[in-house]
Design a protein around this ligand. Structure first.
Ligand code: ADP
Ligand code: MG
Length: 440
């Protein structure tokens, strides 16, 4: 069998095992470069697809080629060469990952692809292949908790992975605004602010709807955008709605945003919800029975963030009771779990966390900076950010008039510690259950 035909047949066989979305997203543009001496060399259009195929589908591919060719083979994956882009000198600010603002766990590998986000993922892939060239800007929009932020970080991480020297900067629009205000208020020239946002190769601005009605920030962002755009730097934006539906956003910005690619993410269908729950449970080392997966996926629709939150609560409760989750347990818990959009009072968060750490709200708001006070303070900020609509500034005010950047650093610290400490993770999950439980 010719290589070409063998690969075509392999993909046809894989189509019976994997979803169409997976095939069209991660196998598009792949080919069997050579098949000699029992070794199959598979060429992929980019690192993302190569990594994905290698980590997830290597066994599938080997088994299928073995069956089709009647021999026993090994595989390797390589990336098709593209002409390297010009690399600029590294600015001092962009040496480490942390300064790019990227969360390393938000990758394509941990992103489930289904019908609802397939288009967004393919466009994102095109951006990774040719940043600044194909879809500029890329504008992603969807309701909350459907994966915009995750996908945006995944783009940044994948571009970094291709070339560590590419300067990527992720920033929520709120942070862009706050930093600008601070630069203006400090009466220092805004040049260092400008340098930070304009000397990048890839700029990722999350939740751009935050700029609505903020004229000075819009003006600054318009200039930032133009400068990057004119030098072919990639800009990726997200929003909770289509640019034309963002009220009080200047027409010239709407028109810039519409000049590239606008794509949305829809709510996940049942199959995708099942797959997401399966994967998130596996990430936590839990395996759920199929009927339990189905029960959960059927009863929770809408946001993936909510799906994840409820799964975490179920796993926490099951482990606290030392039982494996059954459909009965799931239904019992779901009845008691407040479904989305319930109002969670900030005071409830403060008092629950304080109680847990045997401290008082006054102490948390005080100037004290000992470790036993800093941790509950940061955890309160974390839940205020996660469960309420408060801005970083509001949170700073609630916590004794602290600066929003202090709050942001605290949040980053917790997010970081969470990836390393299971103890902290369990502690936060238990607290979350307690906070949500009190909100009925
Ligand atoms: P948004 O920015 O649209 O509000 P996020 O990107 O913050 O949503 O996603 C919310 C949560 O759901 C995150 O924990 C994210 O990892 C998870 N999530 C969203 N979409 C997916 C997906 N397709 N696969 C896996 N996890 C997802
Ligand atoms: Mg988001």
């Amino acid at each position: 069998m010719q290589e070409k035909e063998l690969w075509k047949n392999t993909i046809s066989c894989l189509e019976t095992e994997l979803s169409k979305a997976t095939i069209s997203t991660f196998f598009a543009g792949t080919e069997l470069a050579s098949f000699k001496g029992g070794h199959a060399k598979i060429r992929c259009p980019n690192h993302l697809s190569a990594n994905y195929l290698k980590t997830r589908y290597a066994d599938f591919i080997i088994n299928t080629i073995n069956t089709l060719s009647g021999s026993s083979c090994s595989v390797s994956f390589e990336v098709r060469k593209i002409t390297p882009k010009k690399v600029h000198d590294l600015g001092p600010i962009f040496k480490t990952k942390e300064q790019s603002g990227l969360v390393s766990t938000y990758t394509f590998e941990s992103f489930v692809v289904g019908l609802s986000n397939q288009l967004a993922v393919s466009v994102a892939q095109a951006v990774i292949e040719q940043p600044g060239n194909l879809h500029n800007p890329l504008f992603l929009h969807s309701g909350v908790g459907l994966g915009k932020t995750h996908l945006m970080h995944a783009i940044g991480n994948a571009i970094k992975q291709q070339n560590q020297n590419t300067r990527v900067l992720y920033s929520p629009a709120e942070q862009f605004t706050n930093e600008l205000i601070k630069a203006i208020q400090s009466r220092r020239p805004t040049s260092s602010f400008r340098k930070r946002f304009r000397s990048v190769d890839v700029l990722l601005i999350d939740d751009i709807q935050f700029l609505a009605g903020r004229e000075a920030t819009q003006e600054e962002f318009f200039n930032t955008f133009n400068e990057l755009y004119l030098s072919n730097k990639q800009v990726v934006l997200t929003s909770d709605r289509h640019p034309s539906e963002i009220q009080r956003l200047e027409r010239r910005l709407v028109s810039r945003f519409s000049g590239g690619m606008i794509t949305d993410i829809q709510e996940p269908d049942l199959d995708m919800r099942i797959e997401i729950i399966r994967r998130k449970a596996a990430e936590k080392g839990a395996t759920l029975q199929e009927e339990v997966l189905l029960a959960l996926a059927e009863q929770i629709s809408g946001s993936i963030r909510q799906l994840e939150g409820i799964l975490n609560q179920i796993l926490t409760i099951a482990s606290a009771q030392n039982v494996t989750p059954t459909t009965e347990l799931v239904s019992g818990i779901l009845q008691n779990i407040p479904q989305s959009k319930k109002f969670i009072s900030p005071e409830n968060i403060v008092s629950t966390v304080c109680e847990h750490f045997s401290t008082k709200p006054e102490t948390v708001r005080s100037k004290k900076r000992s470790r036993d006070i800093v941790l509950p303070r940061q955890i309160i900020a974390y839940f205020l950010r996660d469960l309420t609509q408060l801005s970083l500034q509001n949170i700073g005010e609630m916590l004794g008039g602290r600066d929003h950047t202090t709050i942001l650093h605290g949040l980053e610290k917790i997010e970081n510690d969470l990836t390393e400490s299971n103890f902290l993770k369990n502690q936060l999950e238990a607290l979350r259950v307690e906070i949500l439980g009190k909100t009925s």
